[in-house]
Design a protein around this ligand. Structure first.
Ligand code: SAM
Length: 293
């Protein structure tokens, strides 16, 4: 990275232009309060903002009182538009934003960043909200390793193919999903992996934020009865075989930190396939260990 680029958190919002370059700027995924000070600073001081939809970004800019000129840049942008933006980035700061969250994450920007780097233009990033990460943190699913795999395909066969391809990966899988497709996806997951723990993280950072966990079948039933509105991150816990190699006592101790013995036993039974009653008896013993002597 070019050491001349000012990437320090501002003490206050400056008005001098920034060093030339391409600035990848994350914006909120619903809650305006999640915009960072650096993001506002860069948007204000950039020469131009490349955005997916000028109406969507226009609203955000209005809310944060920024009046920088916008240039549409979406998945259909031509090579000429990219060349033009890269040319601009040689002489001034070009900020890249998407409608929500982090640019390039299931959003436009990959080619622009790649070509800007190839052209020797300084590229820097102003990180912030990302629905996949927010969903991961909220889900309670194992997060030592996770794999983000974008949107699940719409068509049944293509969806099954992707699930089969990723089925053996020993991590939590993270997908973007939409309300109308959720139940069908959950049913496909339930058919393939009835015991895997699933989380549906919906409307993150917004008024009706929720995160619901269960098996694919339990969640499919729930969302059949309560069709989901809004935006969704769908997470699939690691394969049960992977969890079953973990120490059940350790899993129980972790679950007991936030759940009753009965709930902890249920959770670990789902993860490991071990007998729930046996796990419950052990959970009661372990819980007694937590108590002060
Ligand atoms: N670049 C964005 C990011 O960093 O999260 C993602 C853009 S992608 C086109 C939009 C998808 O992200 C939505 O369909 C949904 O799956 C997910 N998403 C975005 N905002 C969300 C939110 N507030 N709650 C849950 N999921 C969200």
């Amino acid at each position: 990275m070019n050491a001349n680029v000012n990437t320090q958190a501002p003490e206050s919002v400056h008005c001098e232009p920034l060093e030339p370059g391409l600035y990848i700027v994350a914006v909120p995924i619903g809650n305006l309060g999640d915009i960072t000070r650096r993001a506002v600073d860069v948007l204000q001081r950039a020469g131009i903002i490349a955005c997916e939809d000028t109406r969507v970004t226009g609203k955000l800019l209005k809310a944060v009182e920024v009046s920088t000129r916008m240039q549409r840049y979406d998945d259909h942008a031509s090579a000429e538009t990219r060349e033009w933006l890269i040319g601009r980035a040689r002489g001034e700061a070009v900020a890249l934003v998407s409608d929500a969250g982090t640019p390039l994450i299931s959003d436009p920007g990959y080619r622009l960043v790649r070509e800007a780097r190839e052209a020797g233009v300084t590229v820097t990033t102003i990180p912030g909200a990302c629905a996949a990460v927010a969903g991961m943190t909220l889900s309670g699913l194992p997060n030592d390793r996770f794999m983000f795999a974008g949107f699940l395909p719409v068509k049944d066969k293509a969806r099954r193919d992707v699930l089969e391809e990723l089925g053996g990966v020993q991590t939590t899988l993270v997908f973007y999903e939409t309300g109308p497709r959720l139940e069908r996806s959950l049913r496909a997951i339930a058919d393939m992996w009835p015991a895997r723990e699933i989380a549906v993280a919906r409307e993150l950072t917004k008024m009706h934020e929720e995160c619901r966990t269960g098996t694919g079948d339990e969640l499919a039933q729930h969302y059949a009865a309560h069709p989901p509105k809004g935006e969704i991150v769908l997470l699939i816990g690691p394969p049960v075989e992977a969890a079953s190699t973990a120490d059940p006592d350790e899993l129980l101790r972790e679950a007991l930190l936030e759940a009753s013995a009965s709930k902890a036993a249920g959770k670990v039974a789902k993860l490991t396939g071990l007998d729930r009653q046996t796990l419950y008896a052990r959970a009661v013993e372990l819980k007694a260990e937590f108590k002060p002597q």
